[in-house]
Write a protein that binds this ligand. Structure first.
Ligand code: NAD
Length: 261
């Protein structure tokens, strides 16, 4: 089934991986509901440039993914603007690192809310419409940290393991319908979220940012290369296309060999 004329919500699509996914879906002729934080003027420019580049309709919701009511409003906006939601990509996410005993309670709550609960609220809001249409694709951007752990990432690892579990449940509940739910588990992707971790590493180790980047890749990602947002965008397109329709409940790691170790 073609993606042309369909509608996708991509949460956290003002930056990084979400933006790469929005480009890839728009490139297939899919109308896009953008979401995420950022400068209002920049977001307006992004809306216009995506619409012009791909000849699709683009809408924006400023919904804060830590607020369930705003997530529901975002789904309603997509339905009103485009007549429904065919593809939901739960991508918005944040990071904070500290040992468990020093991990601030408010950071734990925010990471669980944005990286895990937001996907639940979004899926809950769009499933009835997908059932009516008899077609839907839900893609949760988890992480290799949905499959294995790293020190100092308690909330992130818990949320990402949680979203892999949620993916499986949603897949099973809709298995006989043409509604699939899969998780993508990237390794390191060079986005603002990771840039901050590189800079923190440089500061703590008193080393250059370049050296910190090399060490970050060297510790976990055998390819020594970052995965690119556009590669993840292509995987989303694949999962939404005919060849991807047999995948449901899968957690697909795209990680330069991280999970092979
Ligand atoms: P990023 O910081 O570049 O982008 C995050 C996006 O989420 C931005 O658009 C931001 O505005 C939005 N966002 C943050 N908080 C929000 C909130 N409360 N409500 C709405 N939007 C909000 O990060 P990224 O690296 O592109 O990460 C995207 C997803 O990919 C995250 O779920 C992250 O955990 C996951 N991921 C990233 C990597 C990586 O190496 N970068 C690896 C694995 C998984």
């Amino acid at each position: 089934m073609s993606l042309k004329g369909k509608t996708a919500i991509v949460t956290g699509s003002t930056s990084g991986i979400g933006l790469g996914i929005a480009h890839a879906l728009a490139g297939q002729g899919t109308n896009i509901l953008l979401n995420g934080f950022g400068d209002a003027g920049e977001i307006q420019k992004l809306k216009e440039s995506l619409a012009k580049q791909y000849g699709v309709k683009v809408e924006y919701s400023a919904a804060d993914m830590s607020k369930p009511a705003e997530i529901r409003d975002m789904a309603t906006l997509a339905e009103k603007t485009f007549g429904g939601v065919d593809v939901l990509v739960n991508n918005a996410g944040i990071q904070f690192t500290a040992p468990v005993e020093e991990f601030p309670d408010d950071k734990w709550d925010a990471i669980i809310a944005i990286n895990l609960s937001a996907a639940f609220h979004g899926i809950k809001a769009v499933i009835p419409g997908m059932k009516k249409k008899g077609w839907g694709r839900i893609i949760n951007i988890a992480s290799v940290h949905g499959l294995v752990a790293s020190a100092n990432k308690a909330a992130y690892v818990a949320a990402k393991h949680g979203i892999v579990g949620l993916t499986k449940v949603v897949a099973l509940e809709n298995a006989t319908l043409d509604i699939t739910c899969n998780a993508i588990c990237p390794g390191w992707v060079h986005t603002p979220l990771v840039q901050k971790q590189i800079e923190d590493k440089a500061k703590v180790g008193n080393i250059s940012v370049d050296e910190a980047q090399k060490r970050l890749l060297g510790e976990k990602q055998p390819s020594q290369r970052f995965v690119k947002p556009e590669q993840l965008g292509e995987l989303v397109v694949f999962l939404c296309g005919p060849a991807g329709s047999g995948f449901t409940g899968a957690a697909l790691n795209v990680d330069g060999g991280w999970m092979a170790q």
